[in-house]
Design a binder for this molecule. Structure first.
Ligand code: NDP
Length: 499
């Protein structure tokens, strides 16, 4: 239960304990080198405090501890009911500490407190709970053999999982990966993004309090080049699960091929379409979904739908209403519960987003709203931005912007919308709005991406697998029962029957 809507989260921010050290083998420890990096609040550009800057030596210590814990079996071979109980307790502790965790997350990322409260008060515990509930309900298989044999197919935890995370949904992404990995009996080493290390560190502490044995969950904050690469190349890590850019995802395939050939699960970028067919009713619900698809989390979302493909007959009405809604978005102090959009993650990222706005202008798109640094704040803010007259070959229609830049394209034939939507190297997500179920299903089946949502912008929930086609992902999926496949291996036990 989180505090009332009128509660002032600055009160928690003023006294919240900011984690500073890595969490290895059940305890907070500084980096072996003693190095730290300064962690900024992106909404104010002010320091939040130093954080241990882990490198290969710290990753190695974390992996050794994870391996020892895996081998001793206190978690990996524990009765399913035991693991279930601990993960349910962890879900409860996250819920009980949601105000503190959400405040830490908001300070660390510039995300709005209302989003952080929803993600951490509701979604993160739901992940631990759902996978906990699966543990004692997952059965193996018996193969159809003749009477001379019994062939049993069992799943076993893969071992030590390395988890490398992005900054856009810091604790939620940790839960997406740690919850199924722990449920399967794996030990886990998490590297949070350097911009957002705080809530993963606190999660590890809560996991110990819930009864997870020391070494089963370790967190090594640090930079990608050092800590991230050390995870990718470590020969005693059995699987890596990564969310982030396509460029860095590709590095992990290389690290694997140059080390122990560990499997690598990749969830990467996207350039997802939001398709509005001729018969869609351009009402508040559709417009809220369109704006949320582009501006939720400041557009810093891998499944953001920035390419909004709108039938020419409804385009003017759509654009006018979208502009009105985006103009009304309350951008501001992330700790204020009324705020709907916070800051970009870093000054560098803000400049990258503004660079895309400039390219849109230069390539002939029509800037209808926003397009600049936000004038009112000291942190890394950009104005929510709307472009009209975007065409498919423009950079803003092809490249992942990761900022609140909604671009409207038009079409006259739904088959053209499909062609434009599919003409991308990515394949993560798509949304379709129409009243015609046949057309919706036709598009849903033809769109080359991992998730298609109809008449709502959503990524699904804990029960439904999430991941991308093409350069948006590997065959691995987060969420759903499919996520467990990343952290399990399959064994056949063939028993000869001689009687
Ligand atoms: P990155 O892909 O660079 O970072 C994701 C994670 O990988 C971070 O933990 C990062 O560490 C780590 N990493 C970075 N470089 C390496 C490396 N050489 N070896 C091993 N690990 C590494 O994403 P960014 O955060 O820099 O964002 C850049 C762009 O990526 C965004 O603008 C967006 O387009 C896309 N992105 C997509 C996300 C998604 O959800 N699919 C999420 C985040 C970004 P470090 O702590 O140093 O950042």
């Amino acid at each position: 239960m989180t505090k009332a809507e009128t509660f002032d989260y600055h009160q928690i921010a003023a006294s919240v304990r900011i984690p500073q050290n890595a969490f290895i083998d059940g305890a907070f420890v500084p980096a072996k080198s003693g190095a730290t990096f300064e962690n900024l609040n992106p909404a104010t550009a002010m320091p939040l405090g130093p954080v241990a800057s882990c490198d290969a030596a710290d990753v190695d210590a974390a992996v050794k501890s994870a391996r020892r814990a895996f081998n001793d079996g206190a978690w990996s071979r524990a009765a399913p009911e035991h693991r279930k109980g601990v993960l349910l307790k962890l879900a409860e502790l996250v819920r009980a500490n949601a105000d503190e965790l959400a405040t830490l997350e908001s300070l660390d990322s510039g995300k709005t407190i209302s989003d952080c409260l929803n993600e951490i008060g509701n979604e993160v515990p739901a992940f631990f709970q759902w996978y906990a509930e699966l543990i004692d309900k997952s059965f193996g298989k018996v193969a159809p053999t003749d009477e001379s044999a019994l062939a049993v197919i069992v799943k076993e935890p893969i071992g030590v999982a390395g988890v490398v995370l992005p900054w856009n949904f810091p604790l939620l992404m940790a839960a997406w990966k740690a919850a199924p990995a722990l449920a399967c009996g794996c030990s886990v080493v998490i590297k949070p993004a350097e911009q957002t290390p705080l809530t993963a560190l606190r999660l590890a502490e809560l996991a110990m309090a819930a009864g997870l044995p020391a070494g089963v969950l370790n967190v090594v904050p640090g930079f990608g080049e050092t800590a991230g690469q050390a995870i990718g190349r470590h020969s005693d890590i059995d699987v890596v699960s990564f969310t982030g850019s396509t460029e860095v995802g590709a590095y992990f395939l290389r690290y694997s091929s140059e080390s122990n050939l560990k499997p690598v699960g990749l969830e990467m970028g996207g350039k997802s379409p939001f398709i509005v067919l001729e018969d869609a009713v351009i009402d508040d619900d559709l417009i809220s979904n369109a704006v949320s698809a582009a501006c939720w989390n400041g557009g810093q979302n891998c499944s953001a739908n920035m390419r909004q493909l709108v039938h020419e007959t409804v385009k003017d009405e759509f654009l006018a209403k979208v502009v009105e809604k985006v103009r009304a978005l309350k951008v501001g102090d992330p700790l204020d519960q009324a705020t709907e959009m916070g800051s970009m993650i870093t000054a560098e990222h803000r400049e990258r987003v503004l660079g895309y706005v400039e390219s849109g202008r230069q390539e002939g798109a029509k800037l209808v709203l926003g397009g600049s640094k936000h004038p009112d704040f000291s942190g890394f803010y950009v104005e929510p931005t709307v472009f009209d007259a975007v065409t498919p070959e423009m950079r803003i229609a092809r490249e992942e912007i990761f900022g609140p830049v909604l671009g409207v394209l038009t079409f006259s034939d739904p088959e053209d919308a499909l062609k434009i939507a599919a003409d991308t190297e990515y394949g993560l997500h798509a949304t379709v709005f129409t009243k015609d179920i046949d057309r919706a299903l036709h598009l849903a089946k033809r769109l080359p991406c991992g998730t298609v949502s109809v008449n709502k912008f959503t990524e699904g929930d804990v029960k439904t697998p999430f991941g991308g086609y093409r350069r948006s992902g590997s065959l691995a999926r987060d969420n759903g029962t499919e996520a467990m496949d990343q952290y399990l291996q399959t064994k056949t036990i063939w028993i000869n029957i001689t009687a």
